[in-house]
Design a binder for this molecule. Structure first.
Ligand code: NAD
Length: 260
């Protein structure tokens, strides 16, 4: 059985994936700002370095997989920098810090958490996502902050596109170390994030409308994302490398059709 590191393990999709992996007999090391094996604020470089050090101390000689679920949604008054620092750098810096342990595993698997907002929300600044990939979080936050009250609305797909691009562009490099790198792009999943989001004065009304546009006719369950992540972590997906898989009830397909 494997040892997997999950961030955002205290709530929502991360908690569902933790439960799923543990019921399959695996060991999970959870990282979160609360209720986890490693408590760290992943918005800051210091918090991320602390998390890498504490996970390394707990892990032993190797890891079998890593999934960074910790994330912040758009919300009124939320700084773009918080969204970018947690959603992109909180994922990628931990991955890079844990990479030696993953390379020491026997075919480790990493699943980054993107979002279908990348392909279904208009107008987010591509150059901010490019700045993330270049390691320049300050520039990414400055670009998205120019949208004023809508800064976090644009920072969210920016951070999630950058995560997906990281998986796409780095997977060939990682697989040389035996590490499979993929991403999943969930749509509306019924978690505390979406419950809180529906009450938010900035994004609440739009979020309430999203479910009506889902071809499957409902929001997803955290367990439905956990099942896909468990598949990508496991031995039945060993030839899946560098893919971004949508798990969104058909909304990306309805929006984009043949345009992919
Ligand atoms: P959630 O709010 O239920 O869980 C998020 C977790 O992140 C929580 O456990 C929280 O404590 C942790 N967290 C927040 N700030 C942190 C910080 N500074 N440092 C460390 N941990 C922190 O959300 P969820 O819906 O389960 O979302 C999980 C992931 O899936 C996120 O990356 C989110 O962007 C993504 N996602 C969610 C949806 C959705 O509809 N729920 C859709 C697409 C993508």
């Amino acid at each position: 059985m494997g040892t997997y590191v999950l961030t955002g393990s205290a709530s929502g999709i991360g908690a569902a994936t933790k439960a799923r992996l543990e019921s399959d007999g695996h060991r999970v090391i959870g990282v979160d700002i609360r209720d986890a094996d490693v408590i760290a604020d992943l918005r800051s470089p210091q918090g991320r370095a602390q998390a890498v050090a504490e996970v390394t101390a707990l892990a032993g000689d190797s890891l079998d997989g890593f999934v960074p679920f910790a994330g912040l949604a758009p919300a009124a008054g939320r700084p773009a920098a918080d969204v970018i620092e947690l959603n992109y750098f909180g994922a990628v810096e931990l991955l890079e810090g844990l990479r030696p342990l993953l390379a020491a595993g026997d075919g480790a698997s990493v699943v980054l958490i993107s979002s279908n907002s990348t392909t279904t929300s208009p107008g987010w600044p591509v150059e901010a996502a490019e700045a993330c990939l270049a390691g320049d979080g300050r520039k990414a936050a400055e670009i998205t902050s120019e949208f004023g009250d809508l800064a976090s609305v644009h920072a969210y797909p920016v951070s999630k596109a950058a995560v997906a691009w990281y998986a796409r562009t780095k997977s060939a490099e990682y697989i040389r170390d035996g590490i499979r790198l993929n991403a999943v792009a969930p749509g509306i999943i019924e978690t505390p994030m979406t419950v809180v989001g529906r009450e938010d004065p900035l994004v609440g009304e739009a979020m309430k409308g999203f479910v009506g546009a889902v071809p499957a006719g409902r929001g997803g369950k955290p367990e439905e994302v956990a099942a896909l992540v468990a598949f990508l972590l496991g031995p039945e997906s060993t030839y899946v490398v560098g893919s971004v898989l949508f798990v969104d009830g058909g909304i990306d397909a309805a929006f984009r059709g043949k345009d992919w």
